[in-house]
Ligand binder design. Structure first.
Ligand SMILES: [Fe+2]
Length: 181
């Protein structure tokens, strides 16, 4: 499955516009991370883009979230390392690759950065910088849904929180048009 086919499938299966944006943001950050580590940008990008594919079916069945996606993508013949990373993001497979760990830490990051953008005077991603994001990170009441411990696991893929934020912000800024932010 190439990127174009993957996006087509996402648009067909995910009616929630904001969720599609989340998946595009995850794709962008995953690609930036792959680039940073000299890993396979295409694979890491697909993991980000496809990771919540089953949400319309599983939003009220968290136990099978990601499991359904894995079944669908396996039928499409997608590379098993991507399928495993997607399963692992909902603790349905072992998080035993750097790609899987990256997806796990990127998942809460995108929503956190969106929340940061909405806090700036012009509500734009362009106005978010790493210092701003790190200050918001320490505020427990801010973007409560974005799990700080999960994001902090970026250290397990060899990045400080600061580096991770910087990469995430840059990647999302590059697709700000698609994110309408
Ligand atoms: Fe997600």
């Amino acid at each position: 499955m190439n990127r174009q086919e993957a996006l087509k499938l996402v648009k067909k299966m995910v009616p929630q516009k904001n969720l599609v944006k989340h998946m595009l943001a995850a794709e962008a950050v995953m690609k930036e991370l792959a680039n940073k580590f000299g890993e396979d940008e295409e694979k890491w990008g697909l993991a980000g883009l496809l990771h919540d594919l089953d949400y319309a079916e599983t939003f009220d069945k968290p136990d099978i979230h990601a499991v359904r996606t894995a079944e669908i993508l396996t039928d499409y013949g997608l590379d098993s390392s991507i399928v495993n990373a997607i399963k692992a993001h909902n603790h349905k497979a072992e998080m035993n690759t750097r790609m899987a760990k990256a997806l796990y830490v990127v998942d809460p990051l995108t929503g956190f950065i969106v929340a940061c953008a909405l806090m700036t005077p012009d509500k734009k991603l362009a106005s978010v910088d790493t210092g701003f994001a790190l200050r918001r990170f320490k505020e427990k009441a801010f973007a409560k849904g974005a799990n700080r411990d999960q994001m902090k696991m970026c250290e397990e893929i060899g990045l400080s929180l600061e580096e991770f934020m910087e990469i995430g912000i840059k990647a999302m800024q590059e697709i700000s048009g698609e994110l309408e932010l």
